[in-house]
Design a protein around this ligand. Sequence first.
Ligand SMILES: Cc1cc2nc3c(=O)[nH]c(=O)nc-3n(C[C@H](O)[C@H](O)[C@H](O)COP(=O)(O)O)c2cc1C
Length: 482
Amino acid sequence: MTFSSLTVSLKPEITLTSVDSNILLQSSSRKLTFHQPEPGLKTALDALKQGTHTAGQLQTLVLETDGTQVREKFDAYLNRLIELGWICHAIPPSSPELSPLAIAIPMVGDYYFDCPEIDWDAFAFTLSRFAYLHQVEGEMVLESPLTKGKIKFSDWRGPGLVSQLSQPQTAASLSQEIPGITEEIAQQFLSLLFAAQMLSASFASPLEEDEEVESEEATPPLVFWEFHDLLFHSRSRLGRHNNPLGGIFPYVGKIDPLPGVKPLMTDVVIPLAKPNLEELNQTDMPLSQALETRRSIRRYDETPITLEQLGQFLYRCARVKKLFDTERGEVSNRPYPGGGAIYELEIYPVVNSCQGLEQGLYHYHPLDHVLCQVSAWTAETEALVQDVWFASAQHDQPQVVFVITARFGRMFWKYQSMAYAAILKHVGVIYQTFYLVATSMNLAPCGIGAGNSDLFQKATGIDYYEESSVGEFMLASVPVKP
Ligand SMILES: Cc1cc2nc3c(=O)[nH]c(=O)nc-3n(C[C@H](O)[C@H](O)[C@H](O)COP(=O)(O)O)c2cc1C
């Protein structure tokens, strides 16, 4: 059996200690005690720690030393340890001092690693479209959002074999590709990757068309998933990886946090109007009415929105109400909620037509409640507006387009794994705030689903990795009813 010819070993972080005549296996969060294990079982557990034996060798060892019953017990223990995510599987190296060609390492518990007995003449294998190879701390690693483990390769042959799997390969065809890879090693390699859910299987030579196996990835629900979406989803949530996730503050003491408010971008500063909030508290549209009457509006009045309306709108949606210092940098309060009170989003009104304001690209300074002109009307600002018009059914020309950017460093300084996902959530929060305030001000709001971040970078000269656009929103005047 190819599968049982894989080396099994405890993950390095699992400790094994002998206490009296018991054996204790321990992770950072869990302890398993084997009470007075039989001699063969004890040797097998020690060998698991050393990582010197295949599963098949350990089964034989226990069977020969302790008999059938203990061998069955060992199988159950091994399966339980695999399920806990404590066991690595590897292709046995040709000599003990060499690293294995490939080793499968579980990242979390509730781990699945199994491979049926394979008819090697009948089946061919192809790499999952979700699997990806990347360099991590000087090693090539194969990962996939479908799995809870990863595979590390000791040298170029592993990634070389993986690249051959872009096309269906039998063990025989795979063994012809790389020097030193025998058919037996190719079988072990395919078993390892198949058990780790990195491969799909098909008939090596289907006789009829209807004998072709439709891979799980080509049918719902997986067929709908794009590679980047599933990777982002799985890596920004808990469950199938062991990367740090949450408010980790990985750069404290290494890199200073960015300021809570982006400094004024230019000397050209345009003061903005403020609403009378006390008066609004008495006269404003009730929340239920704003929610019930809110619509996305793409037809506008010929007379565009005014600078005064723009000022009042930005004040109600996005001003800084309070900025304060903490031990972990500046945070603020604004009308809309934001994870960690970090407020990484910036608003850039691209003005096509607004009474009292020249065409151009502006930055909203939410603490001073002013606009700074970042760019005059250029080919790039015009293209930003045209992109939004194309994305919104091409009705009337947009009047003001808010390009929403994220100062990524604000979020990345605190959060790991989930920072970008939280930024997109914040974009949703600001969209709804824009929608409701626009409705209560009788203005025409419309969210936009996709924009061109490189075009924004070209229009402003802002570094793409430091701060890019993550959302777009149109605001305009509502047509006056005859
Ligand atoms: C995140 C988001 C993205 C949107 N993207 C677009 C878009 O690209 N183009 C567009 O015309 N409308 C867009 N809309 C508006 C929706 O089409 C609209 O909300 C939906 O049709 C429901 O209609 P209603 O807003 O009038 O209730 C978007 C809305 C949201 C919240």
